[in-house]
Design a protein around this ligand. Structure first.
Ligand code: PEP
Ligand code: MG
Length: 611
């Protein structure tokens, strides 16, 4: 029932897992407010230690169970998150601190644990490394688990989700730790909203993998989202309608139904070629972050992988992956998508993605700093291990390799030298790999786009990363919502850069892929096709609408559109031309085609609605 006293209100956070949901708010029930708080005598210390040992054992058992469940239901990579929690349970700093507080403060073990966890998470949240700071949430999560087990008789699992109400629930919390997210049953939790969090947190990764729409980082907190409040949310845009009126709810539900029907009609075209009306074929492929996605991509969308962001394997693990571990991940992916191909991109860390396993120096401007290929060339030990694993996997499928963020010819040459030396070593040891595998470089920096003519001789293909190319060309931080209006993929300057890359590649008989979010936006499909891009790589859910659009237009019109667009002075003018073409060729697409969000997923992920 709608609360008649409540006023409708619209909040906006960061959408990290797409989907439309209307549901009732439940708040995370955990609270440390009622935990035991009593002084102890020195003679009681041993008994408190014994209680702690029992709670740790119970916690270990629960985490092991959860890890098995995640491995079975999601993937080994997702289960790996629990390994980090298991390690924390045995962390000597934490245990020594709890013990020291027991002895010096003479308080019960619950209070000793709370204080030790607070210190530990405070220390880690002061670190320069952003990813490490995010792990403060994991520490608090482990602390909450220990406290819970101190309070409960052994064998009782934490229950965080509401269980017996048929209505969809929207879980609202200050933060949702990964172990809680891993427990979530999508049949009970329709979506979640948190005050904190970020797109690269483990919780966001799990939400996407579980298909639970999620919004994080609400600027003014979650106080207005009281239990029982009705919300209508969009996990892609981050928009939350609080106490929506009946018309808004009706519109949301109608939109959801419309999108569902639209999506199933598009999925029916999955086995049709991505070919224009006048017979020009293009290749649609997927961007993925984890090997577990390869199966969905292959089975559901019938495509290969145009960008495997390998850093997510590392972000999702508590340790640096060995060559064998990487090899297994790459080999499984290559085998899964075979006979289609997969492009593995070497590590792109730095910028907004950091590895807690490596202590990287604090930088004033990390997007301009030790990122991607710069990091790999700085750490050839890690780079070569990754190259070896990728090359070895190439014996098991159609593997391609590419280097991110190339900004100078020297960088490319050095990267290729490393690759050649690793190949030599494999040859010497008679370890099989594909001698003719394609090697490419990403074009994400204006200098590379302008100097494509010098780079082209050294590669088999280019892959244009418009997310970064727009960021660096227009000097606009791709993750800053306040300047998102400046983030303009169809800006004529960007089009000219892309055009140059394609022209150069074609002159040299090389092919070009485009793997930024621009490829996922149907509004821009005629533009990128008309520029002669050979392959479009995007979020898997964006493939059906883009395929539909390709099949609805003529290459002749797309080329004319580009000729006109290149004469425009602004992105708005270009966009108007795109809309005009789509209105004529594929009017049913217009309501779904909108501006590409600066930092988000493909707008088409809206189609992944759940209600
Ligand atoms: C890009 O920059 O367009 C790209 C695909 O790389 P990422 O989004 O991983 O930086
Ligand atoms: Mg990039």
């Amino acid at each position: 029932m709608l609360n008649s006293h409540s006023q409708p209100l619209v909040l906006r956070g960061t959408g990290v897992s797409a989907g439309l949901v209307v549901g009732r708010v439940v708040r995370s029930p955990k609270s440390t407010a009622q935990l035991p708080d009593f002084p102890i005598q020195p003679a009681q210390i041993e008994a408190e230690r014994e209680r702690l040992r029992a709670a740790l054992n119970e916690s270990r058992q629960q985490l092991n169970n959860m890890q098995e469940r995640l491995a079975a239901e999601l993937s080994e990579q997702h289960a790996e998150i629990m390994t980090f929690h298991l390690m924390l349970l045995d962390d000597p700093t934490l245990l020594t601190n709890i013990d020291a507080i027991l002895r010096t403060d003479l308080v019960c073990v619950e209070q000793a644990t709370i204080r030790a966890i607070e210190r530990f998470s405070h220390d880690i949240s002061q670190k320069n490394n952003a990813l490490l700071r995010e792990r403060a949430g994991d520490i608090r999560d482990v602390g909450a688990r220990i406290l819970h087990n101190l309070a409960l008789p052994a064998g009782k699992e934490t229950e965080t989700a509401p269980t017996n109400d048929a209505e969809p629930h929207v879980l609202v919390a200050e933060d949702i730790p990964p172990s809680e997210a891993a427990h979530m049953d999508p049949r009970l939790i329709a979506a979640f909203i948190t005050a904190g969090g970020s797109r690269t947190s483990h919780t966001a990764i799990l939400a996407r993998a579980l298909g639970i729409p999620a919004i994080v980082a609400l600027p003014n907190g979650i106080d207005v989202l009281e239990p029982g409040t009705i919300v209508a949310l969009d996990g892609e845009t981050g928009e939350i309608h609080v106490n929506p009126d009946r018309d808004t709810i009706a519109a949301f539900l109608q939109e959801t139904d419309r999108q569902k029907a639209w999506l199933s009609s598009l999925l029916a075209e999955n086995h049709q070629p991505a070919e224009t009306l006048d017979g020009y074929q293009t290749c649609l492929v997927a961007n993925v972050e984890l090997p577990s996605e390869a199966m969905t991509v292959h089975e559901r969308y019938n495509v290969g992988i145009g960008l495997f962001r390998t850093e997510f394997l590392f972000l999702n693990s508590c340790k640096l992956l060995t060559e064998e571990e990487q090899f297994e991940a790459y080999k499984t992916t290559a085998e899964t998508v075979y006979p289609l191909s997969v492009i593995f991109r070497t590590l792109d860390i730095g910028g907004d993605k950091f590895l807690s396993q490596i202590d990287m120096a604090h930088e004033l401007n990390p997007f301009m700093g030790m990122r991607a290929i710069r990091f790999s060339l700085h750490r050839p030990d890690l780079f070569r291990v990754q190259l070896r694993a990728m090359l070895r996997a190439s014996a098991y499928g159609k593997v391609r390799i590419m280097f991110p963020l190339i900004s100078t010819l020297d960088e490319l040459i050095h990267a290729l030298e490393h690759l050649e030396e690793v190949k030599q070593d494999l040859r010497r040891r008679r370890i099989p790999f594909n001698e003719t595998l394609d090697v490419g470089c990403m074009i994400e920096v204006p200098s590379a786009a302008i100097l494509a003519e010098r780079l082209v001789k050294h590669v088999d293909f280019f892959s244009i990363g418009t997310n970064d190319l727009v960021q660096y060309s227009l000097a606009v931080d791709r993750s800053n919502p306040d300047i998102a209006y400046l983030y303009q993929p169809p800006h004529p300057a960007i089009l000219r850069l892309i055009r140059n890359v394609v022209t150069v590649a074609c002159e040299h008989g090389k092919w070009v892929s485009l793997c930024g979010e621009m490829a996922a936006e149907p509004l821009y499909t005629p533009l990128v096709l008309g520029m002669g891009i050979h392959e479009l790589s995007m979020s898997p859910v964006a493939i059906p609408p883009v395929r539909h659009l390709v099949r609805s237009i003529n290459m002749y019109d797309a080329e004319n559109l580009v000729a006109e667009a290149l004469r425009c002075g602004s992105a708005d003018e270009v966009e108007a031309l795109c809309r005009k073409l789509i209105a004529k060729a594929c009017p049913e697409m217009l309501p779904h085609a909108k501006k590409c969000p600066a930092n988000g997923q493909a707008p088409a992920e809206r189609l992944n609605c759940r209600i």
